[in-house]
Ligand binder design. Structure first.
Ligand SMILES: O=C(O)CCC(=O)C(=O)O
Ligand SMILES: [Fe+2]
Length: 152
């Protein structure tokens, strides 16, 4: 069991795209995010090793699935949450609908014991998911810094 939240994002067209942030770089606090985007485009993801932003082109009828911080913590870093951002469009409005699939607020999250039985060291501690979310939302988006909250 988990909890889910849906956002309805509306990005009005913006003549000065170089002066505008659609959504600043961040990873989601979710376990997984299921994202429906319209045909406009503007979502970029960052490779874990690379230093370039990769455009995620909208494909009709498809959903984008993003790994979130909770899955990174639960998997002891085996799955890494994806850093992403949205760039405003100069001539067209854009809509996106992410569904955040989350642990419940009352859940303690930390590396699954099954993953650390073979001598692997946990790199994250047990945190109450509602505390993680509170920490996540009390800061402006700044890449993946929020996951440090759960590090040992
Ligand atoms: O609009 C998008 O494509 C992504 C939005 C997003 O990253 C978010 O709501 O967390
Ligand atoms: Fe996001």
């Amino acid at each position: 069991m988990g909890s889910m939240r849906t956002n309805l994002n509306y990005y009005p067209k913006c003549p000065n795209t170089e002066l505008t942030v659609g959504v600043g770089r961040h990873s989601d606090a979710s376990t997984l995010t299921i994202l429906l985007q319209d045909e406009i485009g503007g979502l970029f993801v960052r490779g874990n090793d690379g230093d370039n932003w990769i455009h995620v082109p909208p494909i009709k009828g498809s959903l984008v699935i993003n790994v979130g911080d909770a899955l990174q913590i639960i998997s002891n870093g085996k799955y890494r949450s994806v850093k992403h951002r949205v760039v405003a469009n100069g001539s067209k409005n854009r809509i996106s609908v992410p569904i955040f699939v989350n642990p419940r607020p009352i859940d303690m999250i930390g590396p699954f014991p099954e993953l650390i039985e073979n001598g692997e060291k946990p790199i994250y501690k047990q945190v109450l998911y509602s505390d993680y979310v509170k920490h996540f939302f009390c800061k402006a988006h700044d890449g993946k810094k929020t996951v440090v909250f759960a590090e040992l």
